[in-house]
Design a protein around this ligand. Structure first.
Ligand SMILES: Nc1ncnc2c1ncn2[C@@H]1O[C@H](COP(=O)(O)OP(=O)(O)OP(=O)(O)O)[C@@H](O)[C@H]1O
Ligand SMILES: [Mg+2]
Length: 225
């Protein structure tokens, strides 16, 4: 489904360029649940931003669903991002003035879908994450774990080919974080949803069927189960 080949990323801040990724190769297949671990600053979020089409590599090839992405215009990449990729962040990134239902509907609003259909699909996505009884709650009226479930519904609502989660349990206590991983595992097993999960927590990584690590700008496979 996606293949990165010899991906390099160099940031230039001040006089010295710093190479963060030094030839990353990664292939992800539909139905994978992959973790990425690595020290702080090792380039995990940098890699996720490249996979999520939020940033471009300095060099290398990225093929997503049989399309070479590196050569596309910004507009094309945005369109593919909206259609194909769901994001989950450590700090949820929900809009505080909107209800759960409205937050989840946002990706569909960008697609120009009709209101009634947006409500239907957003409601169904909230049902799938166990938040069907909180449609009218605003983020401030929900716990952290509940807000993350809403964020996951928002990531899923557009039926992306892959969900990218950058430390999705990082702001949650251990039990709540485990509940989020239960949800990922269930969605992965029942619906075949493909996930890449960045985490600092080895226990969270252990829940993923395939485990990788970034070190010295390279990505290594660490195991599979
Ligand atoms: N836009 C940018 N401009 C310059 N340097 C950047 C930029 N984004 C990231 N970096 C640098 O790239 C390196 C990797 O950052 P990145 O955010 O990918 O790390 P990370 O592995 O996600 O770390 P953490 O676990 O702390 O989230 C860091 O040294 C960071 O300072
Ligand atoms: Mg990071």
């Amino acid at each position: 489904m996606l293949r990165l080949t010899d991906i390099n990323k160099t940031y230039v801040v001040g006089p010295t360029p710093v190479q963060i990724l030094r030839g990353v190769d990664l292939e992800v297949n539909q139905g994978d649940l992959v973790s990425i671990m690595g020290a702080s600053g090792s380039g995990k979020s940098t890699l996720m931003n490249i996979i999520g089409l939020l940033d471009t590599p300095s060099s290398g090839s990225y093929v997503l669903e049989e399309r070479e992405i590196s050569t596309l215009s910004d507009d094309r990449r945005s369109a593919i991002r909206n259609a194909s990729i769901g994001f989950v962040f450590q700090s949820f990134h929900l809009l505080p003035r909107l209800t759960a239902l409205e937050n989840v509907g946002i990706p569909l609003v960008y697609r120009g879908m009709e209101d009634a259909q947006i409500k239907d699909q957003a409601g169904a996505a909230l049902d799938r994450v166990g938040m069907g009884s909180h449609l009218d709650h605003k983020p401030g009226e929900m716990s952290g774990g509940q807000q993350q479930r809403v964020a996951i519904a928002r990531a899923l609502v557009g039926r992306p080919v892959i969900v990218l989660a950058d430390e999705p349990t990082g702001a949650l206590d251990q039990d709540t974080g485990n509940g989020i991983m239960d949800l990922f595992v269930r969605l992965n097993q029942d619906q075949g949803t493909t996930f890449i999960v960045i985490t600092h927590d080895a226990k969270i990584a252990q829940r993923c069927g395939r485990r990788t690590r970034i070190e010295n700008g390279l990505l290594h496979e660490e195991g599979a189960s």
